[in-house]
Ligand binder design. Sequence first.
Ligand SMILES: Nc1ncnc2c1ncn2[C@@H]1O[C@H](COP(=O)(O)OP(=O)(O)OP(=O)(O)O)[C@@H](O)[C@H]1O
Ligand SMILES: [Mg+2]
Length: 438
Amino acid sequence: MSLPVLTLGTAATDFVSGLERLHGPVTVVRRCTELAEMLAAAQSGLARAAIVAGQTQALDGGVVERLHSAEVSVVALTDDDGERLRLDGLGIRTVAESVEPEALAALVAESAAQLQGLGAQAAGSGIPRLAGLADPARALQPRDADPVPPGLPAAQGQLVAVWGPAGAPGRTTVAVNLAAEYAAAGQRALLVDADTYGASVAAFLGLLDESAALAHACRMADQGVLDREAFERVCLKVAVTGTTLRVLTGITRVDRWTELRPAALATVLELARGVADVVVVDCGFSLEHDEELSFDSMAPRRNGATLRVLELADRVLAVGSADAVGLPRLVRALDELEHAVPSASAEVVLNKVRSAAVGARPEAQLREAWERFGPVREIRALLPADPTAADAALLGGSVLLESAPGSALRHAIAGLAGSQLPAPRRGLRRRALAKVKF
Ligand SMILES: Nc1ncnc2c1ncn2[C@@H]1O[C@H](COP(=O)(O)OP(=O)(O)OP(=O)(O)O)[C@@H](O)[C@H]1O
Ligand SMILES: [Mg+2]
């Protein structure tokens, strides 16, 4: 059976008569003049492959993901070396514009067969090929990282996801200060704000940032132009006690969440791991699958960014508020995490520990309460409520390490980074755990 194909670009129509003269193995079923037309035709199941010529700049990671999700492979015709390299990075087959019809048809057939093979493999393993788009038929499963474009360094650094339920339990406070502690301990640290509901790393660090560096990096990854140099350029550099903390700030408006496409974010994080010893990611709270929220199977996933970070993370810190609202919320959220990302093994961090919320001897009370809730996970850390230190850091746009270096809160977060600091003075710790009013 002849393979139905789409073409995009007026230049591509030059090849149609050549292909038609072959009477197979491919048949051009639609000549599209615009990208939107080609995507619509692909989505309607009309074709198994697309040939793009003259408009290859329209191809980016998002377009490829949409075409592949409709099981349409792509072949691009270009004589431009730079463009060929970019398209290679996106996993698109390229060929010279002077290609003979037989060779072009063979390449198109080969790319379609390869995509079909990948699809069969993914179906066999139960792993969705495209976690970036909602798929009502399948729940999101853990998956390996998206392929890293050629030329990028192999990943090495540790990826630490800081996550937790709604209610502002202190995810950003932990993420920012954890990254600062790693940097101060001499590690090459990178802090990433991937919260699609309330990015705030820039505000915590006092950065007058309108650049949404992470969205910028994702855009470049989508375009296939994110190499190590571009990555370094897009990172903001923040001085922390004589060392540098690199930062990818988050989206500046919540409606920009579509810019953090999971596949592009995965590429950015893989690259981040190649240039940093530790990458700390501040995540959004929601793990809800977007297909449960939307009937549009091609809709991007709002929570896809958080889910992808949790899938890729080497370490997940689950931060919850140490009070009557926060504790049960955290228990429920951990349950959701187990279903959404079974590969993630979360370390429980209870934050804002204070006797005013849970009674005298708050640490012992919380451990007892945690056992009563029945989770098998142990509490990894109890971080004291310390509004004085937390507010001073926020006011100064600085990290605890600088604004409140002797505080019990800073010491507890440094412990999460594995730093062995001298214990804070007893009085300080007692005061931090004492009755604190918010
Ligand atoms: N241990 C603490 N003691 C006192 N205040 C704290 C502590 N941890 C965090 N806070 C304060 O709680 C508020 C919320 O913290 P943060 O922004 O880190 O939470 P979040 O979980 O990231 O919230 P969001 O849902 O907005 O992302 C901030 O004002 C912060 O300074
Ligand atoms: Mg936050």
